[in-house]
Every structure is written in structure tokens, then in C-alpha cells.
Design a protein around this ligand. Structure first.
Ligand code: ADP
Length: 167
């Protein structure tokens, strides 16, 4: 089941929230900063032990002070004009995060709009890739049962509303 909400991903009581992190996994701006602030310093301690993360890959930590039990840190592609494999890398973020959730038996997962902030990915294209990747995964796997798209800005919320209501 796919659901759409507008709001702050750090407030969700859910099995796992996904962080749009950077290679270092040592925190940053945007949703990454918000997640680290809400989780507290133990999240950074655990992230420091992970040796970073490549673009499109995903790593799991505990949620610490967050209402979510776990955080999956994934690194979206920086938009470089579209000829640098950005679509596949962005799709990998969703696929690999869902695979990690499945392997840890997690039933509910929330995604922010990866790469559409500081990394500059065009929102319409990013939303289409996100929806396609999640639908493809759910068609083949029984878990996670619930996937939430969490939009922080109105533009993304409207784009996802149109995509998800067009079936
Ligand atoms: P990236 O570097 O991958 O672009 P950003 O954090 O800059 O990551 O932005 C990714 C998306 O996360 C943007 O659409 C931004 O509006 C959104 N965002 C920022 N803060 C939050 C939050 N607290 N909850 C959910 N989404 C957020």
C-alpha cells in the first residue's frame, strides 16, 4: 500500500524513515540535518562507524530519539543535467532502501523526496522515478506493507498526488 502525506518526516511513528544523506553520512542540511537534530548525537556516533555510503546505496541505523525505530540512510544523485546516470542512481536509492527494509523485516517505511532539495533533481522527474521504483518493488515483494511518501513542499505534494491518483 502506498500513501502520501505532506509534513515533517522526523515526526512519524513508523518502523523506518529514509534519510536523503550525503556520502560522508556525517550529517548535512535539509532533511538530513532535521533527522540528526531530532535523533540526537547517538545517531552521528553510529553513522561514524559506517564508512560512508555510495550514491544509490543504503545503510541502516537505529532511530534513537526519533519516533521511528530505524533510519535508512541513502545518498541520492546530484543533478548534473541528466546525462550522468541520475535516473538509475535515484531509482537505486528507492530499490535498495526497500530491500534493506525487507531484509530487516520492517513493515512500514517513509521516504522524503530524495535529491529534490539541495541536490537539485527536477521534481517532476524525481517523483515519477520514485513512484515507479516503489510500485515495481511492491509488485514483487510482500514487505514492506506500507510505503509513505512524505512531501515537505507543496510542489512535490501536488506532483505526487497527480501521479498516485492517475491509476
Ligand atoms: P537532497 O540533498 O537529497 O536534495 P534535501 O534534504 O536538500 O536532500 O531535500 C530532499 C527533500 O527533503 C526536499 O524535497 C526537501 O523539501 C525535503 N525535506 C526537508 N526537510 C524535511 C523534513 N523535515 N521532512 C521531510 N522532508 C524534508
Amino acid at each position: 500500500m502506498i500513501e502520501l502525506i505532506k509534513g515533517d518526516i522526523t515526526k512519524l511513528m513508523i518502523d523506518v524513515i529514509v534519510n536523503a544523506a550525503n556520502h560522508s553520512l556525517l550529517g548535512g542540511g535539509g532533511v538530513d540535518g532535521a533527522i540528526h537534530r531530532a535523533a540526537g548525537p547517538k545517531l552521528l556516533d553510529e553513522c561514524m562507524s559506517l564508512n560512508g555510503c555510495k550514491t544509490g546505496e543504503a545503510k541502516l541505523t537505529h532511530g534513537y530519539n526519533l519516533p521511528a525505530r530505524y533510519v535508512i540512510h541513502t545518498v541520492g544523485p546530484i543533478w548534473r543535467g541528466g546525462d550522468a546516470n541520475e535516473p538509475e542512481l535515484l531509482s537505486n536509492c528507492y530499490h535498495n532502501s526497500l530491500t534493506l527494509a525487507l531484509n530487516h523485516n520492517l513493515n512500514s517505511i517513509a521516504f522524503p523526496n530524495i535529491s529534490t532539495g539541495i541536490y537539485g533533481y527536477p521534481k517532476q522527474e524525481a517523483a515519477q522515478i520514485a513512484v515507479n521504483a516503489v510500485k515495481a518493488f511492491l509488485a514483487k515483494n510482500a514487505k514492506p506493507e506500507k510505503v509513505l511518501f512524505v512531501c515537505f513542499d507543496e510542489e512535490n505534494f501536488l506532483l505526487y498526488s497527480e501521479l498516485l491518483n492517475s491509476d
